[in-house]
Design a binder for this molecule. Structure first.
Ligand code: ADP
Ligand code: MG
Length: 314
């Protein structure tokens, strides 16, 4: 067969669009990345607002450490991060982010405003970026923390936009994403407003059960058993539903590792095997289990959106 063209290094623009496609698949991916940044920033309160299924509008506001004015334009550059300094650190990541790709990817495929104020600055600053182009830096009245506003997601990648589902479907994924993060991080007060309606609000009091109660209702929380296990490897904390309290699918199951929500089928089967014979057929236990181990025992650098991890001693 004859080849159609010579080998050539891809232009930056194309590299950026391809990389953005890996990290940002849909509006819920934007929400996940922004909320994880807020968690890494040590926020106590995180507010998420979305409209138009997240395609028209996503805003995440936190009261975390903020980004200094001088670093705002770096924050939206690819492979620019404050979370990784050395190769050794890569093997013991204790933050949710570390690749320095999320803000760059989001800014590549949307209109973004990144506003932030650090404690040692009198005013906040807002940087606007659109389709990968930085468009200006202006003072902002933001109190302490960071606010990222994302509009017109995939405006310049219509092929990606075509794969999005109906607004209601995208909203379901946004809600599930925030729910899981809120369940796994009960010390943070979350608020989620979707299409103008308050869909979720947690107190941020540190209790896994009260986070579950405020999301699923007090009746749900009454049927949960607290899990608190200390082992040689670390600990497991969270809750499981009593055997009479189950789901018709696996939506009510959340695993986290050091606060990072992840999927891991072998672990799912382990928990389900414990419930075997206690639940009706094709019914699934509900649980939220946060595994806490030394960061060196888990490799989080195996998946572009970090939804899967590898354990050294599985
Ligand atoms: P990563 O999280 O992998 O470092 P991001 O592109 O998500 O990459 O963010 C780039 C950098 O911007 C972060 O390393 C952090 O320093 C800063 N940053 C992003 N979001 C926030 C936030 N909400 N609060 C404080 N700093 C932030
Ligand atoms: Mg990040």
């Amino acid at each position: 067969m004859r080849r159609v063209a010579k080998i050539q290094v891809l232009p930056d623009k194309l590299v950026n669009l391809i990389a953005a496609g890996e990290v940002i698949e849909r509006p819920a991916s934007v929400v996940k990345e922004l909320v994880e940044n807020s968690l890494d920033a040590g926020a106590c309160r995180i507010t998420i607002e979305t409209a138009g299924g997240g395609r028209d509008f996503i805003r995440v506001t936190d009261d975390g450490c903020g980004i200094p004015k001088a670093e705002l334009s770096l924050a939206v550059k690819r492979h620019a991060t404050s979370k990784l300094q050395s190769v050794e650190q890569l093997w013991r990541i204790s933050t949710l982010g570390f690749r320095g790709e999320a803000l760059a990817s989001i800014s590549e495929v949307a209109h973004v405003e990144l506003a932030s104020k650090t404690p040692d600055s009198d005013v906040g600053w807002a940087l606007r970026v659109s389709g990968g182009r930085q468009e200006g830096l202006e003072p902002s009245g933001l109190p302490q923390g960071t606010q990222v506003t994302v509009e017109d997601l995939f405006f310049n990648t219509p092929a990606r936009a075509k794969y999005l589902g109906k607004q209601s479907g995208e909203n379901r994924q946004i809600i599930k994403t925030v729910q899981d993060l809120a369940l796994a991080n009960p010390a943070v007060a979350f608020r989620l407003v979707v299409e103008g309606e308050l869909r979720l609000s947690t107190p941020g009091d540190g209790s896994y059960l009260s986070a579950a109660g405020s999301i699923f209702g007090p009746e749900f929380a009454k049927k949960l058993i607290t899990v608190s296990y200390q082992g040689e490897f670390g600990s497991i904390i969270g809750w499981v539903g009593v055997p009479g309290h189950y789901g018709s699918n696996r939506q009510g199951q959340v695993f986290a590792i050091n606060g990072r929500v992840f999927r891991h089928t072998p672990f799912t089967y382990v928990v389900e095997s414990v419930f075997k014979g206690r639940l009706p057929v094709r019914r699934f236990p509900v649980f939220m289990l946060n595994i806490q181990i030394d960061a060196a025992g888990v490799d989080v650098n195996v998946h572009p959106t970090k939804q899967e991890v590898k354990f050294r001693h599985e």
